[in-house]
Design a protein around this ligand. Structure first.
Ligand code: PRX
Length: 652
């Protein structure tokens, strides 16, 4: 268990408050009684196939019906075998078929304040045009398309256009470096990259296309680059025979391209995420099961109703954006606000201005943002009328009880339930969460598993442990939204998730379950750190650091941070005998260039040696203590003597 986890355990052990849902919320809720939930949960557990057969038939469109519901040959699952469906059809056409064509699907606001609303009918036209353009540019079913774009409607349109023709999208968060883009292009053998001439970020323009150009020099599989004009920057160099403008090829296409009937298990997307090695892995999700999981979890957890204006503040570059901006809410026919900018531009009240302006009813954001709002001060919130809000959500990391209370009181006016949703890129959608109409919440707990989720808590040998004490969190049964593999790396898929406990999915998180059956996530069991809700592997950052010519060795750990949850602390040994601020800065920039700004270390300490065990493993626990300013053993406030300290530790 990590040290941060230990701190958290201490903290949440003292958390005793209970917040039952307001009666008026329960009265109108989608799931409004414990019996209703118990019935769903028990049916899903005891008659898995019967339950999901009914769900899939009722909630997805089928061009051809499926036969077997779940073919489970651990760790390989096939859901809705032999059926034909299409995620783009489910998210768009099905809503139109059911009379929701004129409903706003996406209400978008750009960072500079420009706005656009797309009804389901309009979204269909745009997606069809984009899909036809992809076809014209040679993209076929099964081809991989990388998407590196700002949070514009075209990002969602591009994802859905891929889905429409059975191409596999691989969205790369627009903060990643050229190196990271190239790595992902190469791993997935992407045939195309979709990008834009630039991205607005806090009043500045980031030259996305320039970064992509650099990446494409090292991405031989990419034949075409489709470029959206977002900034109006015509100076962008366009390479003949490779680069095409979105407005030249997309706008002229027909606005009606039938969705391709696709086999249930057709890959829908790859999303790269950090694991415990240096190389991010391409998590693979497929069509029918993922789409159904996205839709149903959205409906259950966010208690969606027809007149809701739902806003998930994530970026489509992460799984939260995939599942809860695009595939879940759209499949449910929701009206989604999509926002391009930052929460503090042009001022720290931007989010609250948007909530007021669009009368947002459901807000889904991250603890790191909540902590920033607290720091910026209540005056930014007080300026706005937030009375439209009826439900609040949290995702990405555990929410500390102080942030929970502030969110509850200040944003929710003490009357909105909070759903603290636990899940992962791999799980496709939410796995544990309060159901807002029935669950009495405890600040800091993601409460209970959703129907279809059968968790267990085990030790290193796979044996069940006392759940109250805590251990490794596993999922015992397959569920429709589960990952189908790690792209191109079967061995890693098996090793990472299925080898520790035979037949069970190992989540990589520690958890405990209290006597009321509430789950508390206690942090990672591996070398993954969570910086502002984003997953990073310490080894990935170490590899980036050692690729600098002056660095001999690097050890990276997470340390607690009031805003980000965890900050990155790096201990490096260098060949420069007198390293100083300049080199520190250079190394920060180097990591930024290798991975992206989100991986830039907060602390860099130069050291004489990196402490290791006799078997050569970095002593991360010791470094975590030092990085956090905790007493490790004796005086560790200076690092000069930590090789000695390491020796001491080994002798213990
Ligand atoms: O450690 C858990 C933490 O984030 C990890 C998953 O990260 P990622 O795949 O990037 O997906 C983030 C968005 C779903 C988990 O293994 N995590 C996520 N949500 C929570 C959480 N930890 C505690 N409570 C949560 N609500």
């Amino acid at each position: 268990m990590t040290d941060t986890a230990a701190g958290q355990i201490d903290h949440v052990f003292h958390e005793r408050r209970l917040f039952p849902p307001p009666a008026e919320f329960t009265a109108k809720a989608v799931i409004r009684s414990q019996e209703q939930y118990d019935d769903l949960y028990q049916r899903a557990r005891d008659d898995r196939d019967g339950f999901w057969k009914q769900e899939a038939e009722q909630h997805l469109h089928w061009f051809e019906p499926f036969g077997e519901v779940c073919k489970w040959n651990a760790p390989h699952a096939e859901w809705f075998v032999g059926g034909k469906t299409n995620a783009s059809y489910n998210c768009i056409d099905r809503n139109i078929d059911q009379g929701r064509g004129d409903r706003a699907a996406i209400i978008w606001e750009g960072e500079p304040g420009d706005t656009r609303t797309l009804t389901y009918n309009e979204l269909k036209s745009e997606v069809c045009k984009c899909a036809a353009a992809l076809r014209e540019l040679g993209i076929q079913t099964g081809d991989v398309v990388s998407i590196y774009m700002p949070m514009t409607p075209e990002l969602a349109i591009a994802m859905l256009a891929c889905a429409r023709i059975g191409a596999i999208h691989s969205v790369i968060f627009a903060g990643f470096s050229a190196e990271s883009i190239a790595d992902r292009n190469n791993d997935a053998q992407a045939k195309m990259v979709i990008t834009s001439d630039g991205l607005h970020r806090r009043g500045k323009v980031l030259p996305l296309k320039v970064t992509v150009d650099e990446a494409l020099e090292k991405s031989p599989s990419v034949q075409t680059c489709l470029v959206l004009r977002r900034i109006g920057n015509d100076d962008v160099p366009m390479k003949d025979g490779r680069d095409v403008w979105w407005h030249d090829v997309v706008d002229k296409q027909s606005d009606d391209l039938p969705a391709e009937p696709l086999d249930s298990e057709t890959p829908l997307f790859i999303l790269y995420t950090s694991g415990s090695t240096g190389k991010p892995k391409g998590i693979l999700h497929s069509t029918a099961g993922y789409n159904l999981w996205a839709k149903r979890t959205f409906q259950w957890v966010f208690d969606h109703r027809d007149d809701d204006v739902y806003w998930c503040t994530a970026d489509c570059g992460w799984i939260t954006g995939h599942t809860y901006i695009v595939y879940g809410p759209l499949a449910a026919g929701a009206t989604c606000l999509m926002f391009e900018g930052a929460p503090n531009y042009p001022a720290e009240d931007r989010f609250w201005e948007l909530v007021e302006k669009y009368k947002v009813t459901i807000l889904y954001t991250a603890p790191t943002a909540i902590r920033a709002f607290i720091k910026w001060g209540d005056q930014h919130v007080d300026k706005h009328d937030l009375s439209s809000l009826r439900l609040l959500g949290s995702v990405g990391e555990g929410i500390n009880p102080e942030a929970w209370m502030w969110y509850h009181k200040k944003i929710g006016g003490s009357s909105c339930p909070i759903v603290d949703t636990w899940w992962q890129t791999e799980t496709g959608g939410i796995m544990m969460s309060p159901l807002p109409g029935i669950t009495a919440t405890k600040p800091g707990s993601c409460t209970q598993p959703l129907p279809g989720v059968v968790p267990s808590i085990v030790d290193e040998t796979g044996a069940s442990v006392d759940a109250e004490h805590g251990g490794m969190l596993c999922i015992d049964q397959p569920w429709p939204g589960m990952l189908r593999g790690v792209w191109g790396d079967e061995e890693r898929f098996v090793e990472t998730y299925w080898a520790t406990v035979k037949g069970k999915y190992l989540t990589g998180d520690n958890a405990r379950c209290d006597k009321d059956g509430y789950y508390w996530i206690m942090g990672r069991i591996d070398d993954v750190i969570n910086v502002s809700g984003h997953r990073l592997s310490t080894i990935e950052v170490e590899s980036a650091l050692v690729s600098h010519e002056l660095v001999c060795e690097a050890a990276v750990v997470g340390r607690p941070d009031d805003l980000k949850g965890q900050a990155i602390a790096a201990f490096v040994t260098v060949t420069d005998p007198n390293p100083g601020e300049e080199l520190r800065q250079e190394l920060r920039m180097h990591v930024r260039k290798q991975i992206g700004a989100l991986a830039q270390p907060d602390d860099i300490r130069f050291a004489a040696a990196v402490p290791k065990t006799r078997s050569g493993k970095i002593m991360r626990r010791l470094l975590r203590d030092i990085a956090a300013g905790r007493e490790a053993a004796g005086d560790t406030s200076t690092l000069e003597d930590y090789s000695v300290l390491a020796t001491l530790r080994e002798e213990e």
